[in-house]
Design a protein around this ligand. Structure first.
Ligand code: ZN
Ligand code: ZN
Length: 350
């Protein structure tokens, strides 16, 4: 089969690779029909993720059909259409029993990281019964790829952790795919205002189309003052950090209202100044987490019933043969206006 293989920082190649085989009775092999590139894949290529060794097939998002199941898999059979969760979970360990699947003792975020991932024609999924979701008949598979990672991440790490409430004021710093996923799912709770912050005007235009009530381009360095003006000097009840650099987290610290929550979603690679000299008496909460994908079944229902439309996040489409071009397009998002993109295997596809 063809697979996109990581060869160390800055190096990747589409190569022939052996088709994965069942290794444990709880495994399934899934034939990928659609996959996507994630910002996290770019982090790996920068060398930021030491658990991902050279030789690894990248990718942790996708949909497909079951090609084979191990003898211990009871919930799925050959031919079933499935959504792959970016988090693999055994369902039995101490963390899984708490619903904290991201910290599963034998799973968590391992796909396209510690084990081979989804940017290939086939992938092995461990703990298949508790890491795959059956795709309902008639569902739009393209939309569902957004449920592998970005929608549950934006919702769990941003909206749930940020305690978005009816009538509240929300600021989302970063209008990339994850920030936009938080924007889509924040609207479940009818906040009074959702202000999006980004450096890229194209993404801010998209944010308005997705339901943002206000946008702020932070390139002039005055974002905090602008947001305070937009919120009558109060700041925001929920501030969602969806970038992962010190400057954006410090902006969140400046604009959180008394009693508010800073919900961190960004992947941080360096330390960030915490201004307790200003925040110590403001009753704020700072929340961090990795996505557990515990909300995936709920989100699947909202997508299938058209309460939210994640296909808005899909801007470019490639065949798997052109996945190197897809990476190129994604890594130059400001020029290409790319958000999420997916590629397809060569066989059986136009
Ligand atoms: Zn991802
Ligand atoms: Zn577990």
């Amino acid at each position: 089969m063809k697979a996109l293989i990581y060869h160390g920082p800055g190096q990747k190649a589409l190569e022939d690779h052996a088709v994965p085989r069942i290794e444990k009775p709880t495994d399934a092999i899934v034939k990928i029909t659609k996959t996507t590139i994630c910002g996290t894949d770019l982090h790996i290529l920068k060398g930021d993720v030491p658990t991902c060794a050279p030789g690894r097939i990248l990718g942790h998002e996708g949909v497909g059909t079951i090609a084979e199941v191990g003898s211990g898999v009871t919930g799925f059979a050959r031919g079933d259409p499935v959504l792959i969760s970016c988090i693999s979970s055994c369902g039995k360990c101490e963390y899984c029993r708490k619903g904290m699947y991201s910290h599963c003792a034998t799973g968590g975020w391992i796909l396209g990281n510690a084990i081979d991932g989804t940017q290939a024609e086939y992938v092995r999924i461990p703990h298949a019964d508790t890491s795959l979701y059956r795709i309902p008949t008639g569902a739009d598979e393209e939309a569902l790829v957004m449920l592998s990672d970005i929608l549950p991440t934006g919702f769990e790490c941003g909206v749930l952790n940020g305690k978005v409430q009816p009538g509240s004021t929300v600021v989302i710093v970063g209008a990339g795919p994850i920030g936009l996923a938080a924007l889509l799912t924040a609207q479940f709770y009818s906040p009074a205002a959702i202000i999006m912050v980004d450096l890229d005007d194209n993404r801010l235009v998209t944010a308005t189309q997705f339901g943002a009530t206000g946008v702020v381009n932070s390139s002039d360095g005055n974002a905090a003052a602008t947001i305070l003006k937009l919120t009558d000097g109060r700041g925001a009840d929920t501030v969602i950090e969806a970038v992962g650099i010190p400057a954006t987290f410090e902006l969140c610290e400046e604009i959180v209202a008394p009693g508010g929550v800073i919900a961190n979603v960004g992947v941080h690679g360096t330390s960030v100044p915490l201004h307790l000299e200003r925040l110590w008496d403001r009753n704020i909460t700072i929340a961090t987490r990795l996505v557990d994908t515990a909300s995936t079944p709920m989100l699947l229902k909202t997508v299938c019933s058209h309460q939210i439309d994640p296909t808005l996040l899909i801007t470019h489409r490639f065949k798997l043969d052109y996945i190197i071009d897809a990476y190129e397009t994604f890594s130059q998002a400001a020029q290409t206006r790319a958000l999420k993109r997916w590629s397809m295997p060569r066989q059986g596809m136009p």
